[in-house]
Design a protein around this ligand. Structure first.
Ligand SMILES: Cc1ncc(COP(=O)(O)O)c(C=O)c1O
Length: 450
C-alpha cells in the first residue's frame, strides 16, 4: 500500500518518505509519521525536499511535547495563538462543558448564548463605537468580510465605483484571494500571483512629513475609486516583523478620515495584548471603522475570527431593501465551542495580569537579545511588546538551525531574513530566560557558519 501511495504522490513524497524511513531506526519517529506522512500537504513548504517535520504529541503550558518525550519551549505560541500557554484548564473546562451541550449549530436564523454574549463582550472591550461583530472561522476570511463590508457600504450608499483598497509595503493580510490582493504585491509570498489578483494600491507607511503629504495627495487623487485603507497597526507581521510608531498610525488614521475613506485595522496578529495594549490601535488612540480579530481570540484553542464594524458602517446595511444586507455566512461561524474558548480566554485576560506580563516580557526580550547585535550577519535587534526580532543579512541553514533549536529545547521557525520570538504571554521569567538564552546561543553558532 505504501509503495503505491508513494508512486501516486510523485517524487516529492519519495524524498520525505526516504527521510522518514532513514529516521525510523531512531525512536524519535513514531509509526504514524513514518508510515503515513506523505499524504499530508504541509503549509508554506517545498514538499520535494522538506525535512520531516517534528512529531508533536502533546502540549502543556508553554511546551510542545515531542514523540520521544522531549519538551520544547514554544517561542512562537503556535503562530501567535496560545496567549495563555497551552491547555489552560479554564478554557478547557468551558469547551468541555459546551461540548456536552451543543458542539455546533448554524447561525443562520438561530441565536445561541455563546455568540450573543461574545459579540457583546468584544464590543465592550474594543475602543469607540466598534460594536457590530461578524464571526468567521479564520483570519483570512475575517479580512475578506472586511473588504466586502467596506465595498458594500459604498455600494449601498450609491457609490459602487469605490471598491479598491490602499495597503502598505510589506503588508500581509492572509492567504485567500481577496486578502492576498492586500499583501505587498512585489515582496510578499503572494507576489507571483500578479495578474490573478485584484489590483490594489500599495503605499509606503508615511512616517515623515513629506511622506504624509504625498500620502494625503495620493488619497485625494484616487479618492473616488477607493473604499478603504487597510493597515496592520504597529506591527507588520508576516511581511517582515516591521514596526511603525503610534504617531505614524495616528497620522494614517487622520489622513484616511480626512479623505473620507474607511480605515480597516487588521489586528489579527496584534490583538489581545501582543504589542503591550489589549489592541494595538489603543496606543495611537484611534478607532478604525472596521477591525479584524483572530489568532489569540480563542486562546489558541479553536479557529475563530471576527470582523467588527462601527455603528455608522453597520447603518449602511440596514433598510427596507433586503439587498442592503451583508450576504455572507461561513458554515461554522460563531461555532459554540470556539465561542466558549473565546469566553475562557477573555476571562483570563480579565483575571490575570497579562498586560503587565507583556511589559515585563518586552524589557526582558530587549535586554536578553541585545547581545545578538554584535554577531556577524545580524543587522538589527528590535522588540515591541511580546515580540522579539533578530534581523539578519541573509537567513541560511534553516534545517541545521531547527536541529540546533531542538537540541537546545526550544521551538522557533526563522523566516524571510529574521529570527523572531512571540512566546505565550503567560511565559514565566525563568522560562523566558531559557528561551532567549537558547536563542542567542543558537544564533551565535549559526553566525559562525556563514
Ligand atoms: C496580520 C494578519 N492578518 C491576517 C492573517 C490571516 O489569518 P489566518 O491565518 O487565520 O487566515 C494573518 C496570519 O498570520 C496575519 O498575521
Amino acid at each position: 500500500m505504501l509503495a503505491s501511495a508513494t508512486r501516486k504522490l510523485g517524487e516529492g513524497a519519495v524524498f520525505w518518505k526516504a527521510m522518514g524511513l532513514t529516521c525510523a531506526e531512531s525512536s524519535s519517529v513514531p509509526a504514524w509519521q513514518r508510515d503515513q506522512a506523505e499524504h499530508l500537504w504541509m503549509p508554506y513548504t517545498q514538499m520535494r525536499n522538506a525535512p520531516l517535520p517534528l512529531p508533536v504529541v502533546a502540549t502543556e503550558d508553554v511546551y510542545l511535547v515531542l514523540a520521544d518525550g522531549r519538551r520544547l519551549i514554544d517561542g512562537l505560541a503556535s503562530w501567535w495563538t496560545a496567549c495563555h500557554g497551552y491547555n489552560h484548564p479554564q478554557i478547557a473546562r468551558r469547551v468541555r462543558q459546551q461540548l456536552e451541550v451543543m458542539p455546533h449549530v448554524m447561525l443562520g436564523g438561530i441565536h445561541h448564548e455563546g455568540a450573543v454574549t461574545l459579540a457583546a463582550r468584544l464590543a465592550s472591550l474594543l475602543p469607540g463605537d466598534l460594536s457590530q461583530v461578524f464571526f468567521s472561522d479564520s483570519g483570512s476570511v475575517a479580512i475578506e468580510v472586511a473588504m466586502k463590508m467596506a465595498a458594500q457600504m459604498w455600494r449601498n450608499r450609491g457609490q459602487a465605483e469605490r471598491n479598491r483598497f490602499v495597503t502598505f509595503r510589506h503588508a500581509y493580510h492572509g492567504d485567500t484571494t481577496g486578502a492576498m490582493s492586500l499583501c505587498d504585491p512585489e515582496r510578499s509570498m503572494h507576489a507571483h500571483f500578479k495578474g490573478f489578483l485584484l489590483e490594489q494600491f500599495s503605499q509606503p507607511i508615511p512616517e515623515t512629513e513629506s511622506e504624509q503629504a504625498a500620502f494625503t495627495e495620493f488619497l485625494a487623487t484616487r479618492r473616488n475609486e477607493l473604499a478603504a485603507v487597510v493597515i496592520e497597526p504597529l506591527v507588520q507581521g508576516a511581511g517582515g516583523m516591521r514596526f511603525h510608531s503610534p504617531q505614524a498610525l495616528a497620522a494614517v488614521a487622520r489622513m484616511t478620515r480626512q479623505a473620507g475613506l474607511l480605515l480597516i485595522a487588521d489586528e489579527i496578529a496584534t490583538g489581545f495584548g501582543r504589542t503591550g495594549s489589549m489592541f494595538a490601535c489603543e496606543q495611537a488612540d484611534i478607532v478604525p471603522d472596521i477591525l479584524c480579530l483572530g489568532k489569540a481570540l480563542t486562546g489558541g484553542t479553536l479557529g475563530m475570527a471576527a470582523t467588527v464594524a462601527t455603528g455608522e458602517v453597520f447603518e449602511a446595511f440596514c433598510g427596507e431593501d433586503d439587498a442592503l444586507a451583508l450576504m455572507h455566512g461561513p458554515t461554522y461561524m460563531a461555532n459554540p465551542l470556539a465561542c466558549a474558548a473565546a469566553h475562557g480566554s477573555l476571562d483570563l485576560f480579565a483575571e490575570q495580569p497579562r498586560l503587565d506580563q507583556v511589559a515585563a516580557i518586552e524589557s526582558s526580550l530587549a535586554e536578553q537579545l541585545e547581545s545578538c547585535r554584535n554577531l556577524s550577519g545580524v543587522v538589527d535587534v528590535r522588540t515591541l511588546g511580546a515580540i522579539g526580532v533578530v534581523q539578519v543579512e541573509r537567513l541560511h541553514s534553516r534545517e541545521k538551525l531547527t536541529e540546533l533549536f531542538v537540541e537546545a529545547g526550544i521551538w522557533l521557525r526563522p523566516f524571510h531574513d529574521m529570527f523572531y520570538l512571540t512566546p505565550p504571554l503567560s511565559i514565566t521569567p525563568v522560562q523566558l530566560r531559557r528561551l532567549t538564552a537558547a536563542t542567542v546561543d543558537s544564533i551565535a553558532q549559526w553566525s559562525r557558519w556563514s
